[in-house]
Write a protein that binds this ligand. Sequence first.
Ligand code: AMP
Length: 309
Amino acid sequence: MDSCFRRNDTIVDGCEFCGERVKTEMEVAETIESVRSLVKAARSKGKRVGFVPTMGALHIGHISLIEAAVKECDFVVVSIFVNPTQFGPGEDFEKYPRPLEADLEICKKAGVDVVFAPTPEQMYRAENVTWVNVEKLTETLCGRFRPGHFRGVTTICAKLFNIVSPDVAFFGQKDAQQAVVIKRMVADLNMPLEIVVCPTVRENDGLAVSSRNKYLTKEQKKDATCICKSLQKCREMIEAGTKDSETIIVEMRKILSRAPSVEIEYVSIVDAESLQSLDKIIGKVLAAVAVRIGPARLIDNIVVDTGKQ
Ligand code: AMP
């Protein structure tokens, strides 16, 4: 890229010679006004704005979303905000990791244009009285065990979408129910953006990457691989033609129960769109697991499309 035009590490918008996209220096916006004005300036240049909402403690799962956004969009905003309203009493809001400097470095390297890192006071008034609630889809799976969690997620995402006004937002399949719920909120409220769901990133042993894996000891982390093993078993059984969900769930539970530190919260097989339980394997199926291991609550899932209705 000899011909690209760079000035003191601050790189101009588009190379005037080769036309290739080159980056400007990453901005860190702490206020709603500042992120809005940065996005407005980008949009006035005709840029397609991509958005990756996160709670920080960034890992390769988050980076995969950022990379997808950088690939598909001309201007990428990442938010880093540990959203208090999606944590229940006794959950890990206080101790949730907040390594902001390391996160900013990761964003910079990944080619992010703006990191929006607001304070809780920026995002919420002392008393929040306006909520976005998606019914039904939030009453199954994690919704049964984390009352109020999805109301917090949909409310913060609606607020962030209003603030950032992206053309497209990127979410991870790792949080399958969240992705379904957000897609439905966007459709039902006619929000003018597209939702892209990216595949779950796993460690070599199959464990889904999560900020909460940091809470695990070496032994517990080894035990945690039984989650993906149970999901793998589910896939094998479906592919071998097993039709009865309960038969599959029993086998999955057996695998999970072999790991001493694992406490099962749920093992469910549901329709991938409606998230309602399925007695028989039919259509596009979501198998989802939630367990507690020591101080961590871990979730994972697979989708199997049987192609039959
Ligand atoms: P969080 O910071 O946990 O709120 O996650 C921010 C986004 O990253 C969500 O859309 C998650 O689904 C996504 N994400 C988290 N872990 C992974 C992973 N292992 N693979 C893909 N996406 C992930």
